[in-house]
Design a protein around this ligand. Structure first.
Ligand code: NAP
Length: 258
């Protein structure tokens, strides 16, 4: 698959931009992929285990005259991330935007969390971002441009009972975002964060009706968010509209956390 060229406003050939989205097979990641594709981006869809979902989404985007391809990698594995990024660069020519969306969650009493569960939570949600950022940066630094958007959670901002390891990992994402934004600002690379509230995806399937009702009761807007709400926030931070914004956290959460 060769990178495609459009013409810019002046009529000159303009390289179409490419976004790499981790965890794009389902939920919020799939919504982000649809949004970037609709905005004219070439879309690199990372998945870990849901190959069929990722392939189906790529086919959907390609049918709509977009340009999308799938790339398998477990983000917790540095070798797999490196191979994925090399494959994306070969396919699309550049990575202009990295969206670190891949994540896992678990509801469990703190005393019952095993060391392996704690480790996996951090390996996927935090170390995965470390791997992906390190892998895309040589190309971004060489070009002195690029945008990175990381997915945290409102629970990373305020903590959630029975999700201590998830909350701690998502809080680490806030620190990673702010520190990396300072380090990369002089290289014209922006790093920002979206910290969603409760969004209707597979991740929340385990929440029982009572827990869901309690959260909705505390949410001023009185509803859960849609994956497209988060895609809009990610799109804004990656767009030229946010040219002076870096190291920031945008939290679409219905007003639950202010
Ligand atoms: P989801 O529906 O459970 O989807 C998770 C995605 O992450 C899937 O595409 C999955 O890929 C991918 N993934 C998991 N482990 C991976 C790994 N090791 N390597 C690569 N990909 C991996 O979750 P979601 O609700 O869309 O959440 C997306 C992000 O938003 C997460 O970071 C989550 O913490 C954050 N978030 C979600 C909510 C919410 O209410 N849903 C709220 C706040 C923050 P495969 O299926 O291919 O394995």
């Amino acid at each position: 698959m060769k990178p495609i060229q459009n013409t810019n406003e002046a009529g000159h050939p303009a390289q179409v931009r490419t976004v790499l989205i981790t965890g794009a097979s389902r939920g919020i990641g799939a919504a982000i992929a649809r949004r970037f594709s609709a905005e004219g981006y070439q879309v690199a869809l990372n998945y870990c285990s849901s190959a069929a979902c990722a392939e189906k989404l790529a086919a959907e985007l390609n049918t709509r005259q977009g340009r999308a391809a799938v790339f398998q990698a477990d983000v917790s594995r540095q070798d797999q991330v490196q191979g994925m990024v090399e494959a994306v660069l070969q396919t699309f020519g550049s990575i202009d935007v990295l969206v670190n969306n891949a994540g896992i969650a678990q509801q469990k009493m703190f005393q019952d969390i095993t060391e392996a569960e704690w480790q996996r939570m951090f390996d996927v949600n935090v170390k995965g971002m470390f791997h992906c950022c390190q892998a895309v940066l040589p190309d971004m630094l060489r070009r002195k441009e690029g945008k990175i958007v990381n997915l945290s959670s409102m629970w990373g901002m305020v903590g959630a009972s029975c999700e201590v390891h998830y909350s701690a990992a998502k809080a680490a994402v806030l620190g990673l975002t702010k520190a990396l934004a300072k380090e990369l600002g002089p290289s014209r690379i922006q790093v920002n964060c979206v910290a969603p509230g409760l969004i209707s995806t597979d991740m929340n399937k385990a929440l029982d009706e009572e827990a869901m009702a309690a959260i909705l009761d505390e949410t001023p807007l009185g509803c859960v968010g849609a994956p497209s709400d988060i895609a809009s926030a990610v799109w804004y931070l990656a767009s030229d509209q946010a040219g002076f914004t870096t190291g920031q956290v945008l939290s679409p959460n219905g007003g639950l956390v202010i």
